[in-house]
Design a protein around this ligand. Sequence first.
Ligand SMILES: *Cc1c(COP(=O)(O)O)cnc(C)c1O
Length: 484
Amino acid sequence: MPDDLLAQLAELGAGDVPTKGGRTLAYVYDSGLADVDELARQALGAYCDSNGLDPTAFPSLRRMENDLVGIAADLLDAPPTVVGTVTSGGTESCLLAVQAARDAHPSVERPRVVVPDTVHAAFRKAAHYFGVELVVAPVREDFRADPVATAAAVDEAPDRTVLVVCSAPSYAHGVVDPVTEIAALAAARGIRCHVDACIGGWVLPFAARLGRPVAPWTFAVDGVTSISVDLHKYAYTPKGASLLLHRTPALRRPQYFASADWPGYTMLNSTMQSTRSGGPLAAAWTVVRAIGPQGYDDLVRQTLEGVDALVAGVGGIDGLRVVAAPDSTLVALETDGSCDVFTLADELAGHGWYVQPQMGFAGRPPTLHLTLCAATAPGVPDLLAALAAAVRRAREAGPVAVDPEVAAFVAALEPATLSEEDFDGLLAAAGLAGGGGDLALPERMAEVNALLDAAPPRLREAVLVAFLDRLMRPARGTDPRWSS
Ligand SMILES: *Cc1c(COP(=O)(O)O)cnc(C)c1O
């Protein structure tokens, strides 16, 4: 029986985006080190039953967490006062940075957080969850946060501003914000400054060691009060591990939560989770130590050589260009209008390459997002050939066009007034609904993506939420033993 279930798991996974093989340029981070992967799986399994709820009951987990925070502290030029927490992922690290900043000022009635418009959507989620006003400052032409616009946004209500955020680098364009200027303006006003280095935090320090130009962004920068770094991205650890570091224990204090107001154990939590598996922490501890600083030097060198080759190669593909010279390992591509990025994404997927379309934003056209990692970098010559071929085929097909009448109809829709039947109709019209309530993604997503791109952001959100709602419906009766 167990054999059969594991075989079923393998069968279920066959339809997933490949996590290995070097052709998935979003979602997965692959070191290409099979022996490290094997170690990680063993560590994950060995600690999957332990519980991070109480570090006195599981001193092993406390030890591993403090070890990882200590390693990160060295990497991020932290002062001796630094403290940190292992969280479940980048989103949780960012949420906690906002929550701690908010709760450090209980007397501020309508707290606000100032972010560049390129900031990760996790901060919009934080604002939504925690009732904080998100004040969005436009970025500069080069896609980096604008210190002037940021200062202006802060100064509209400096007393209510509890946090200023910048990215190292931003997810969408892969460039590092001017952290020195932003942190200085925050510090001058006595406001916390968080650097979201979820995706770059385990790359940029090694890039700097390799002699690459890296603008200052760590705790070496005055005024930086907290930094988020995901381990499950470029530290290549299994999913479920990220770090949030604060410059001092006092800055972290409001992040901690205790409750004695119930008849059970006195709850004492450092993160949003309470019971949490020790597996991802143990696996992260194992992987970080197995790869080691020289190992990461090599992985980062390999990855950045791939980025250089990709940027140079894209320059030679007529019709395609890099949106911004990458500061790290993320590359955004756009077309010259002779073809469209959504068709390119389909063409690439048809040839086994998975890239992520990014919708148009703030008057800029849609782009393709490519996350390179150590295992994908050596494939860049093949990727460039695939990109060139995709552009040829996409040009032959012509840019995917949304019927202007449909676009006008969609643009006029008011999401709040739409009924479930309206959403059913919209999803069907978009090709996202099959017969009999069965939802299947169409083979080619270009038309769907073009339509979503034409939709106003609020409508796009509402349609996708309706889509997710219909995707996630229980499968009943699949195992007859459970249905009577
Ligand atoms: C990935 C990412 C996040 C969110 O991290 P998750 O691990 O997906 O929750 C936040 N900020 C940046 C810059 C990221 O790249």
